[in-house]
Design a protein around this ligand. Structure first.
Ligand code: SF4
Length: 416
């Protein structure tokens, strides 16, 4: 097979639309505006019919993990939909830079599309210097990375508070409407200094959500943890958050920034432990310190200005994980999954759905594989591990979650 793949040239910035797969609807909407501000034409893909899975099955080897299958299926389904001029599109994929397959999706995508669409460039978005030579026309500047970080924090704050208000709103639709309008306000700040007013914007989000009329009844809290793509993506987890809301639960989803800090921490740990010459570790150390300071600042604002739950403190997550698993387990989501489960139970959210994609060895070990250890340390933990793959039925997944919810209801009745 030809390996001289097409590059994304500077000229293409004006002529091509860059397609990227959805994962976190709130965050990715903000990220899209950052790319647009820089003059790129971009489109976040939301196609989610069965055709996506079928295209994935047809174009990806069945050894590959389910997220790879879905992402590639979504791209190919979009290319075939007739909605885009295939002579003027490029595909964008993020790469974590770790040892997992997520870093290698890009080559799977190229292989999958090459026969039918040999001239479509596949562009990489990463913080690790990967694919440097390939995408002369797609270059993000320091200010863009800064905007991405701020928007990741704002996405987390919006998602966190929205999830705490939605189940209790008196007028159905109020929280969703507010979420959209607050996201638009943040998007309008991109390119201005206002975006960097973390304190002001956090307070603004809190104040606006506090105006929503709520009826704070007793609801079962359910935490969602797991592999990053199936945990967040409604396409991958069959709209798990919506399902839990319909079942009358309050959903707790951890922050994207936890994963970003975990990825930094993993690189630093590898560098310090194996004394490798990875220069990026030095930058990550500074970056990590700044991110952690931001997180503490946001948590302080949330706790001092509202009754909303703040984010898990990242250093606390790390400390919790060290009682359960080695810090050296950094493949896939590594120690972060057991840490999040422990933090949820510690914070009073005993009910947990842990999402695992088919073909994902690392996350089967650190989520399903850690269930027993978690239960030993936290006897109240009520965990259900759900597998997501092309053959699993939604009914079966939801029935298993309903069983976990019945245990939660019995437990809450016992405690009354
Ligand atoms: S963590 Fe698992 S699902 Fe995610 S890219 Fe790696 S193998 Fe695939």
């Amino acid at each position: 097979m030809e390996t001289n793949y097409p590059k994304f040239t500077k000229e293409m910035k004006k002529t091509h639309t860059i397609l990227f797969p959805d994962m976190l609807p709130i965050h990715f909407d903000l990220f899209q505006s950052i790319f647009e501000k820089e003059g790129y034409k971009v489109a976040c893909l939301h196609n989610s019919s069965r055709k996506v899975v079928d295209e994935g099955l047809m174009h990806v080897h069945n050894d590959a993990c389910y997220p790879a299958l879905l992402v590639i299926g979504q791209f190919i389904d979009a290319l075939k939909s007739g909605e885009y001029d295939v002579d003027h599109v490029a595909l964008l994929m993020s790469q974590t830079g770790g040892g997992c397959r997520a870093s290698n999706y890009i080559n799977l995508i190229r292989k999958a599309i090459y026969d039918e669409y040999p001239s479509i460039p596949v562009v990489s978005l990463n913080f690790s210097g990967l694919e440097k030579d390939k995408d002369a026309g797609f270059k993000l500047k320091l200010k863009d990375y800064l905007r991405l970080i701020y928007c990741a924090f704002y996405g987390d704050i919006l998602m966190n508070i929205y999830n705490q208000v939605l189940p209790y709103e008196v007028n159905v639709g109020d929280s969703k409407k507010l979420l959209t309008s607050l996201a638009s306000k943040i998007k309008a700040q991109i390119g201005t200094r206002k975006l960097y007013k973390l304190k002001k914007n956090t307070k603004m989000i809190i104040d606006e959500f506090s105006k929503i009329k709520i009826n704070k009844t007793d609801k079962i809290k359910v935490g969602i943890v797991g592999e990053i793509y199936v945990k967040y993506s409604p396409l991958a987890n069959n709209h798990l958050e919506d399902f839990l809301h319909k079942e009358g639960c309050e959903v707790v989803v951890s922050a994207l920034m936890d994963f970003i800090m975990y990825s930094c921490d993993a690189t630093i740990w590898n560098h310090d432990t194996y004394k490798n010459k990875n220069k990026i570790a030095f930058i990550y150390k500074i970056f990590y310190k700044i991110m952690y300071r931001f997180q503490k600042k946001i948590n302080k604002i949330i706790t001092s200005h509202s009754d909303y739950e703040p984010f898990h403190d990242f250093e606390r997550l790390k400390a919790l994980s060290q009682e359960l698993i080695s810090e050296g387990v950094v493949m896939g989501e590594g120690w972060l999954i057991p840490a999040e489960m422990a933090a949820l139970v510690e914070g009073g959210c005993n009910n947990i759905v842990t999402c695992q994609p088919f073909g994902c060895l690392p996350n089967h070990i650190v989520s399903k594989g850690m269930q027993r250890t978690i239960k030993k340390h936290y006897p109240k933990a009520n965990i259900v591990a759900i597998d997501y793959d092309a053959g699993a039925t939604q009914v079966n997944q939801e029935n298993r979650i309903k069983l976990m919810l019945s245990n939660a209801k019995l437990e809450s009745m016992d405690n009354k």
